[in-house]
Write a protein that binds this ligand. Sequence first.
Ligand SMILES: C[S@@+](CC[C@H](N)C(=O)[O-])C[C@H]1O[C@@H](n2cnc3c(N)ncnc32)[C@H](O)[C@@H]1O
Length: 370
Amino acid sequence: MENNKKKGLEIEFHMTGGTGKTSYAKNSSLQKKASDEAKHITLETVQELYKATSPKSLGLADLGCSSGPNTLSTIRDIIEAVEAVHRDTTSSQPSPEFCVFLNDLPRNDFNSIFKALPEFHRELKRDRNGGSPPVFIAAYPGSFYGRLFPDNTLHFVYSSYSLHWLSKVPPAIYDEQGKSMNKGCIYICSSSPEVVSKAYYDQFKEDFSLFLQCRSKELVSGGRMVLILLGREGPGHIDRGNSFFWELLSRTVADLVAPGETEEEKLDSYDVHFYAPTAAEIEGEVIKEGSFELDRLEMLEVDRQTGDNAIGYGKTVAKTVRAIQESMLSQHFGEEILDKLFESYGRLVDEEVAKEDIRPITLVVVLRKL
Ligand SMILES: C[S@@+](CC[C@H](N)C(=O)[O-])C[C@H]1O[C@@H](n2cnc3c(N)ncnc32)[C@H](O)[C@@H]1O
């Protein structure tokens, strides 16, 4: 059975594009709610940066921008926040121009973003009675675990709900025959051997350090990053946090095994390239890499009542996870299992939440380039 370790994630992993009912654009309200809860930190950081540096041309990057309403809404808020500082402090100077670099993996639906740009520019103008600042928007497809931009081009890097995705499934979870040692699970779960959690942590350290090294070249000195990502509270992985949602997905797939809709081996060979770090793990890598000062690190627990009220929490989670995982799951298990899988998954999430709360943790990290 082929596992999903050798496939090129850069080619295969993508959120469901377009605007259909399973698209990321239609199923990203949980991410929107969470990044809204961190918005004051994002905007305060960009304002501090602008006050400290007042560049004529401000380079902004959104790493893992995806497509849909979330993509341009934060950019709009950032532009407004900078304009407000400009008005209060340096209004005798012309308003800064904004160079916005949108990054995601190559299979991202960049076309949907491009199609939304005329309306985005029209709104900017309309909100300012025709006097919009110059805003130049470009797409930079590629992995953020590598260089994306020329030296010293960025002042501000924003990344929301993207950095918990690793560059690959950790190779060390496979034995010499290439079989996953994480049997019956798709992420670190209660039955995972220790070698699996160590492999995931090692992969996180390698990836996050590379991310910092690359961004340190691209950001100007004093530039800031706001990174919003899923994380965990304490050193253990087995809690009712983010890993629990994967455990429930494993259980749902396993249930489909019994009626013969998929094979058990297929579940064993499916593992996600995801890692929810702790605050201390992030801080450790920032200190070790050495190019950034950690200005702020906050933990948010996003309100569970954020599900779409009309359909309930379980269904909202199921639709969200489907929009994110559909590309990978359908290649591995076949498209035909998806409807049933996510219907059962939504029900299981509701059942579990009724027993005891699930508490997904979000970390908000603010870094300053030294
Ligand atoms: C859940 S979406 C978040 C999108 C958006 N930032 C939001 O808050 O709604 C995560 C995005 O990260 C992207 N991503 C994951 N790994 C990446 C990588 N190595 N380089 C660039 N983008 C990546 C995915 O393709 C996906 O579009």
